[in-house]
Each structure stands twice: as C-alpha cells, then as structure tokens.
Design a protein around this ligand. Structure first.
Ligand code: ADP
Ligand code: MG
Length: 296
C-alpha cells in the first residue's frame, strides 16, 4: 500500500536557508496493516504524514501509495487522491470538526463535498466508532475523546483505503488514548483499512504489532511484536523466555547505512570522533572505538 525509498523533503525557508525534514526515508506498509510511527519532536513524522496524505509534495526519492506515484502525480490527480484514497485525523479537533454542527452533520460534510449525501452511512460510521448514541449532539457537548472518535468517523467518510492519524491521542488522557487506539484497531480489523498512526506515546506503541521509529528524517529502527517476529524469523537465537513483548531492529537502508543511537556511541567513548572500526568476526559485525585500548 505504501512504498517509500530514499524519500527526501526539503523546506526552503528563504533563498538561503533550507530545512531537511526527511533525508532518505524508507518505509513499506502492507495493505490492511495498522502501523505506528514514533519519533521525537522535529524528527519528520508530520512531514511524512502530510506527504502520504497528499497535503505536501516530496522533494526527491520514491513514494508510491496505492499504486500512485506521489512524486509524479498531476495536481488534478492529487485532488482526486486526497478525496478518495486517504482520510486524515489530526491531534487538534479544531482541524477536524465544525463546532456548530452535530456529530452526524460533521460526518456527512465530506460526503457532500464528493457529491454524495448519505445520512445512513454517516450514522453507520458513528456507530463503528462507538458514537451512534451521540449522533445528534453538538460538538461542544462532547468530551475531547468523544470528539476525537467523531473525527475518526469523518476521516472514514469517503471510504479511504488509508487512514492517517497525526498524534490522535496527543490531547487526551491515558485511559481515553487507550479507548481511541482500540477504535483504530477495531476499524482496521472490520473494514480492513490500512492505518498509519503517529504517536510519541510508548505505552500505545506496545499495543501495536509494528512501529517504525524515525530519527532525523530517516527510518532508524522497527519495533516488532516478539511473537510475530519469532514466527517469521529463522533466527532461533533470540531467547524465547524473554519477557519483553517487542523486539527492536535497526533498519538498514539500500546503501547499507544504519543509525546508531547517540547513547551507544557515547557508551564506547566516541566523543566528537566520527569514525568507527568495523570488523566481521564469527558471523558478527563489531563496531569499535578505534582508539580504545580495551579488547571488545
Ligand atoms: P514532527 O512531526 O516529528 O515533530 P515535523 O515533520 O513537523 O516533525 O518537522 C520536521 C522538521 O521540518 C523540523 O525541523 C521542522 O522545523 C521542519 N518543518 C516542518 N514543516 C515545515 C515547514 N512548513 N517549513 C519549514 N520547516 C518545516
Ligand atoms: Mg508533528
């Protein structure tokens, strides 16, 4: 469903200053998957989501979503893509909802833009997110978590193939965040819609089968549920008795590059130095501080 290779996004602030928001990002998402994207503030998560949603254009690299090449797509096709292929849920309700309309009127709105006005479907979607009983409530009568569930129904109004959610639990408490994540899981299972959720909440991350970590605009690692990893992996060296539910694997890009966490580099006393010794030994690749006297 989503295929990105070496994806780049450069923002030009003026003639002199450029910000590299994505620098060679790789990502693959299967149809029907529910995937999490995690990363610290400024790592490029929203940039990636906006590009996937057709709200922003990539600068270079490759990105194909549902068979559409988002680097080459015409403006006209992009409008169609935004309307038909993707749905969006933002952290901020004000971006999703119109406060003076009821829940069901809010869900109907995107359907009207597409020339289809279907109250039945709008009610069905509200029921799917557990908000059927509040369909005639005005937005200000609903709690933050309830508004967010209405926002999810809106995101699904045009039956998108992909639902993109940027920090959808960013402004609610932990218990509500849990409920919202369960709504996404339910929709993923019942509708088969592919869902990409950006979060910085490591608790929520544990409820997902696969989470991709982004660092400095590049995919740095993937966190997989251990059960799934063990089933798929031929490498039985991973201890099964380990209590940890997830396993984190560094992502290797097509040029053989990986990102090594700063604290690991600090751990071998690398300091300001930008060189490592790389050795192949007994089927292992060993990275060492070249100045280290310690063996190992
Ligand atoms: P995240 O969502 O992970 O916090 P963003 O994708 O919003 O990160 O931002 C990634 C980087 O790109 C940041 O350095 C940010 O300042 C920059 N950036 C994002 N949007 C713009 C923009 N419209 N113009 C210039 N710089 C931007
Ligand atoms: Mg963001």
């Amino acid at each position: 469903m989503i295929h990105c290779r070496n994806l780049m996004k450069i923002y030009k602030l003026n003639n002199e200053i450029e910000v590299i928001a994505l620098q060679g990002l790789d990502l693959d998402v299967e149809a029907g998957e529910l995937i999490g994207i995690i990363g610290s503030s400024g790592s490029g998560k929203s940039t990636l989501l906006n590009i996937l949603g057709g709200l922003d254009r990539p600068s270079a690299g490759k990105i194909v979503v549902d068979g559409k090449d988002l680097l080459r797509i015409s403006d006209k096709e992009l409008v169609k893509y935004k309307l038909e292929t993707v749905g969006f849920v933002w952290q901020n309700n004000a971006r999703n909802l119109l406060p003076y309309l009821t829940a069901v009127e809010n869900v109907e709105l995107p359907m009207m833009l597409k020339g289809r006005h279907k109250r039945e479907r709008a009610i069905e979607l509200l029921e799917m997110v557990g908000m059927g009983h509040r369909k005639h409530s005005r937005l200000q009568q609903l709690s933050g978590g309830e508004q967010q569930r209405v926002a999810i129904a809106i995101g699904l109004a045009n039956n998108p193939r992909i639902l993109l959610a940027d920090e959808p639990t960013g402004s609610v408490d932990t218990r509500t965040a849990d409920i919202i994540l369960d709504v996404f899981r339910h929709l993923n299972q019942t509708l088969g819609v592919t869902i990409v959720i950006v979060t910085h909440d490591t608790q929520l991350m544990k409820k997902m089968d696969r989470v991709v970590a982004i660092r400095d605009g590049k995919t740095s690692s993937e966190i997989l549920r251990r059960k799934i990893f063990d089933e798929e992996s031929l490498d039985r060296a991973i201890p099964i008795e380990d209590e940890e539910s997830h396993v984190e694997l560094a992502v290797l890009d097509s040029a053989g590059r990986i990102q090594i966490p700063r604290d690991y580099l600090d751990g071998i006393g690398l300091g300001e130095m930008n060189k490592l010794s790389v050795e192949l030994e007994d089927g292992k690749i060993i990275l060492k501080n070249p100045l280290s006297k310690v063996n190992g």
